[in-house]
Design a protein around this ligand. Structure first.
Ligand code: KIV
Ligand code: ZN
Length: 501
């Protein structure tokens, strides 16, 4: 039988208190419901004494979710505990999380107290919290820098006072994994009543060790982990929920969590969007590149067998499929594979042309996605069919200059060049094209769209022109919007040529 690791999510408390992460009530409830679906065991919903908003959030979250325990944070103060208890009145399974600093720094330089007074204040807080709720969690703030012998004494007293969970926070993110693991082991071996409580980890990421420390805590006997989605939290953040959940799932440690891992990506995106907090692209599990393979060798390896370069099946975290990102370094095999997935089955000659065009685009644009490829292939097919083609386009424009375009068109096999001016660079280019064609056209509509975000991305231009009361549509796409405009215009004009031929 595997041991259960309880997941205590503090996205809405430690995560939300970090600068820029503030949420309104509706957003908090949406996240709380998502955490419930994700399968977390405890939701730390706020610090009720800190503001009326935080108080109300705990009330509303208690009403909105049913399965997880709802936890409210307090200092080891009577007033804090009363307010927390009040905020938890609708929770089906309420928990008060109270505590006090135990490190030398915190005792003498923050609380200006003594070790004896700290223990006494902690005992009183736990007893008082216990008079309101059954589940009382005690945190020994800055336990990471607290002397282990003193910490063991604190833990023993808090369990005697009624604490059911003991949190050992590495508040400043100072510990190394072996130190944090040894701390947990020390408590298990030296606190006589330790079997009456669950030990919890709460690691900050100041040295990038949060997940490693949490795992060290678990491997040494901790059975609850305090984590946040995307690792959001004070300063460098907290341990990321998704990292611990997947580390436990990937390794055969005799441990399980209740996390429904295919929901991780959705939870990550939601928290990122609502907190306006971008997830770094190379973030483990939920980063944009977590399942992307860009080098030719890796792509070839993954295509042969996914496990060659992936330890996690993307589906296990809610990502549809591992995406082979195409770049200028990608080979023909990767391009062919992606095109086949998009249902373009090209002949060898067509693939050669597509690959040449792909490399030109990949030189301009770092990554080529599916929309780029669809445009690239369709553009080539359209170009082949056209009776007139843009061979060259040069536009000169800038501040205090008259936009001037020189265009060479290949019309029915013959190159023709002219120059025109315009109100802007696009107008100049279209005017030059107009001068080269032997009939009148009128531009009815002109629309530019970015296919994906970003300044280096492909712009798609759609035009509608009229000739002899008939309407013709044209499409052009390029990383340069003036070229895309000329291509779209010529695409539409080419249809008039076909019509009057
Ligand atoms: O980091 C910390 O010590 C905390 C406690 C309040 C649990 O967030
Ligand atoms: Zn914290």
């Amino acid at each position: 039988m595997s041991d259960k690791i309880f997941i205590f999510d503090t996205t809405l408390r430690d995560g939300e208190q970090a600068p820029g992460n503030q949420l309104n009530m509706v957003e908090k409830i949406e996240i709380a419901k998502t955490l419930e679906t994700l399968g977390v065991d405890v939701i730390e919903a706020g610090f009720p004494i800190s503001s009326p908003g935080d108080f109300q959030s705990v009330v509303e979250i208690s009403k909105a979710v049913s399965n997880p325990t709802i936890c409210a944070l307090t200092r080891a103060l009577k007033k804090d505990i009363e307010v927390a208890a009040d905020s938890l009145k609708y929770a089906k399974s309420p928990r008060i999380h109270t505590g006090i600093g135990t490190s030398y720094n915190h005792i003498y330089h923050k609380l200006r107290s003594t070790p004896e007074q700290i223990i006494e204040q902690g005992i009183q807080a736990v007893k008082y919290a216990k008079s309101f709720v059954e589940q009382v969690e005690f945190y020994a703030e800055d336990a990471g820098r607290t002397d282990n012998q003193f910490l063991a004494q604190v833990v023993e007293e808090m369990i005697k006072a009624g604490a059911t969970v003991i949190n050992i926070p590495d508040t400043t993110g100072y510990c190394l994994p072996h130190e944090y693991g040894e701390k947990i082991q020390y408590l298990i071996e030296n606190v006589p009543n330790i079997h009456k409580a669950i030990l919890s980890t709460h690691c900050h990421n100041d040295l990038g060790m949060a997940t490693a420390n949490t795992m060290a805590g678990i491997l040494n006997g901790a059975r609850q982990v305090e984590v946040t989605i995307n690792g959001v939290g004070e300063r460098a953040g907290n341990t990321a929920l998704e990292e611990v959940a997947m580390a436990i799932k990937c390794h055969n440690l005799g441990l399980v969590t209740g996390i429904n891992t295919p929901k991780l990506t959705h939870a990550s995106k939601l928290v990122s969007r609502l907190m306006n907090n971008f997830v770094q692209t190379n973030k483990a599990i939920v980063g944009k590149n977590a399942f992307a393979h860009s080098s030719g060798i890796h792509q070839d390896g993954v295509l042969k067998m996914r496990q060659n370069y992936e330890i996690i099946d993307p589906k296990d975290v809610g990502v549809d499929t591992s995406s082979i990102v195409l770049t200028a370094r990608s080979g023909r095999a990767a391009l062919k594979h992606r095109l086949q997935k998009l249902e373009f089955n090209l002949t060898k000659e067509e693939l050669d042309i597509a690959y040449e065009n792909f490399l030109i685009l990949a030189d301009k644009k770092k990554e080529i996605n599916d929309s780029d490829l669809i445009i690239l292939i369709n553009k080539e097919k359209r170009r082949e069919r056209r009776l007139i083609k843009v061979k060259k386009l040069q536009v000169v424009c800038g501040k205090s200059m008259i936009p001037t375009a020189t265009v060479t068109l290949k019309i029915k096999g013959e190159n023709q060049t002219t120059t025109a001016i315009g109100d802007g660079p696009v107008d100049a280019a279209l005017s030059a094209i107009k001068k080269l064609i032997p009939f009148k056209v009128h531009l009815e509509e002109y629309l530019v769209q970015a296919i994906t975000g970003g300044t280096e991305d492909v712009g798609k231009v759609s035009v509608i022109i009229t000739h002899d009361d008939k309407t013709y549509y044209g499409i052009g796409a390029d990383t340069d919007v003036i070229t895309a405009s000329a291509e779209a215009y010529v695409d539409a004009i080419s249809k008039i040529f076909a019509h009057i031929k």
